[in-house]
Design a protein around this ligand. Structure first.
Ligand code: ADP
Ligand code: ZN
Length: 434
């Protein structure tokens, strides 16, 4: 199902024309209404009139997370406060959170792009959708909520937490689609298994998962445990919230709503565009936002883009699954390690649960790299030799993927903490030691 065929399937030429027109308009807006942007452009020697097509975007300076922190809370607004009808804030893993403001029109565009996502997942007005992203400052809950209402579906505004009640509502209300983080979906799956309620009593068919990186292996695990088809939804507070991108039924990449959010991929070190199809840092320009438009915002998310037309009929560019953020990457003894690589290996190995925790430290000037991982019930034994064999198996597999041997600590099933929102899987103690 396609929600907005014109926008989602228009020819690339037509879309580029639209993007160019919108870019010119948004530049006028920020230049004349947001002093920090005006200054920044003046410093770079570029005026709105110097930009004629979307390809001229490279002349514009980047915006970083630091800029948003420096102008905390709402110094980057391009609309007067009287036009701002809502604020949200990012979870802010470090330091000050980032606050953003939306006009009424921004909210309606958010709902429009959210509706595109849900339609692509095959959902419509006869479907009950449970939103188990947190409600509040986090964009997940209210963002997904608005999207469900827009397609005319029935929204169950659960928010996060209270897992028993989540399961009760899902069961009793015949929920067809669940929206939450992939890690919480996994936790729900585990709790449903333990509740003893047969899966056949649930109507759940569709998973809408995002807000954190998740691998294909994780997708298969959740799909199998919940008996559903799991779709990716991508978004970030600075740009809008969930709905910036979504997977169609073919699941060959996440379509980006590029008529509203213009993507580029840059080399994070040089800031230059990478070659088409090459991996790098994702950068977005909001083309239609009024409250807090951002120009060339560096997301720190690592991915690559595919501009081929998708067989689903959409011409919207597709983004590969986010492999992590530049700031998620651990450098251990000089080797780059992404938590997503560890996730893939653990999920591919039958003996382990998909729950792990990485600790990195520095002892005697050497980095230590430890992974705690849950062993599946049927493999967890008192037989020390058996356990050592498992440890070696995993250490070896991880070494072959990341090129570094971790210390593996096997733990009992269900002993690691579960998360209700974004999963925290890494503790880097070196950050505090320096
Ligand atoms: P914070 O940056 O504090 O986590 P957000 O809630 O705005 O704040 O999170 C946005 C980030 O979450 C994205 O930049 C990306 O790193 C991650 N994210 C969101 N959706 C997905 C997804 N579908 N796949 C991978 N990562 C995602
Ligand atoms: Zn498609």
């Amino acid at each position: 199902m396609i929600w907005n065929e014109k926008a989602e399937c228009m020819s690339r030429d037509e879309r580029m024309w639209l993007q160019s027109e919108r870019l010119k308009k948004v530049l006028e807006r920020v230049y004349f209404n947001c002093e920090p942007y005006r200054k920044r452009m003046q410093e770079a020697g570029v005026m709105p009139g110097d930009i004629n097509t979307i390809e001229d975007i490279v002349k514009l300076p980047f915006t970083s997370k630091k800029d948003l922190r420096d102008y905390y809370p709402l110094g980057l607004l391009s609309s007067p406060m009287s036009e701002i009808v809502r604020v949200h804030a990012s979870s802010g893993t470090t330091g000050k959170p980032i606050v953003v403001g939306y006009t009424r029109n921004d909210l309606s565009i958010w709902k429009e792009v959210g509706a595109r996502c849900l339609s692509a997942y095959g959902l419509g007005k006869n479907d009950v959708v449970q939103v188990s992203y947190g409600y509040g400052l986090f964009t997940g809950g209210l963002g997904a909520h608005g999207a469900v209402e827009t397609i005319g579906g029935t929204v169950v505004p659960m928010s996060s937490g209270n897992t028993e009640k989540q399961i009760l509502m899902m069961h009793d209300l015949g929920v067809k689609a669940l929206c939450c983080t992939p890690s919480y979906a996994l936790h729900l799956a585990e709790c449903i298994e333990r509740s003893g309620i047969p899966r056949s009593e649930f109507q759940l068919k569709v998973g809408i998962f995002g807000a954190e990186p998740w691998t294909e292996e994780m997708r298969r695990e959740i799909e199998q445990r919940l008996g559903i088809k799991a779709f990716d939804i991508y978004g970030l507070t600075e740009i809008m919230g969930p709905g910036v991108g979504y997977e169609c039924n073919l699941q060959h990449g996440t379509h980006l709503n590029e008529d509203h959010f213009y993507p580029e991929i840059i080399n994070p070190e040089t800031g230059e565009h990478v070659k088409p199809g090459e991996k790098g840092e994702l950068v977005f320009t909001t083309l239609t936002k009024e409250g807090m438009p951002l120009i060339r915002f560096r997301t720190r998310d690592l991915t690559y883009l595919n501009y081929d037309k998708c067989e689903c009929g959409r011409t919207l560019v597709r983004m590969a699954k986010i492999m992590g953020r530049t700031d998620d990457m651990l450098i251990i003894r000089g080797v780059n390690v992404f938590p997503s690589q560890i996730e893939s290996v653990i999920l591919e190995t039958a003996e382990f649960e998909p729950h792990f925790f990485i600790t990195v430290d520095r002892v005697n000037n050497t980095d230590t790299f430890e992974i705690k991982v849950e062993v599946k019930e049927q493999y967890y034994t008192d037989d020390i030799n058996g356990m050592i064999k498992l440890q070696k198996l995993l250490a070896h597999k991880i070494q072959s993927v990341v090129g570094l041997q971790p210390t593996i600590r096997l733990v009992e099933p269900r002993s690691l903490q579960r998360s209700e929102g974004k999963e925290k899987r890494v503790l880097d103690k070196r950050v505090f030691n320096n």
